[in-house]
Design a protein around this ligand. Sequence first.
Ligand SMILES: *[C@@H]1O[C@H](CO)[C@@H](O)[C@H](O)[C@H]1NC(C)=O
Length: 162
Amino acid sequence: MVRLLLLFALCALPALVSAHLPTGKPFFIKGRVYCDTCRAGFETTATTYIAGAKVKMECKDGDTLRVKYSLEVVTNENGTYEIMVEDDHEDQICECVLVSSPVTDCKVADEGRSKASALLTGYMNGVVNRKHIVNNMGFLKDQPLPGCPELLKTYFPTDEEQ
Ligand SMILES: *[C@@H]1O[C@H](CO)[C@@H](O)[C@H](O)[C@H]1NC(C)=O
């Protein structure tokens, strides 16, 4: 009997902590949205981070690829977004995509850097409230900043400089 009660207590505890949530293993996805001010295709020292950018997370069934879960979040003052995944979304493929930027001259998503994947399948087994950092996503500034050619040289030294 004691063993039964203990078992029940162990099972009931997570459910109590997250009373209104489905019985899952909540965890966090965290990433950042930036403005590629040099149109470099990657983050540079001149990169700025966008507050108020919208990011959508979509989870699809691993077999049918139908969308099972979708959520939109907005980045904070530092361009950071956090998504709490409340269910364990077993056998789902979740992906974050850029939706929009509030910066007028930095609204076009960099195709190569506009998605962040989080494969949730089998990920959370036994792990509660785990933080999962995904790759940052970026928009391209319409016109690169004046200092960009100089700056980019430091990333791609020419042959003479090597
Ligand atoms: C933004 O970054 C600053 C400096 O790192 C930090 O002190 C602040 O708490 C951050 N703001 C948020 C909302 O995370």
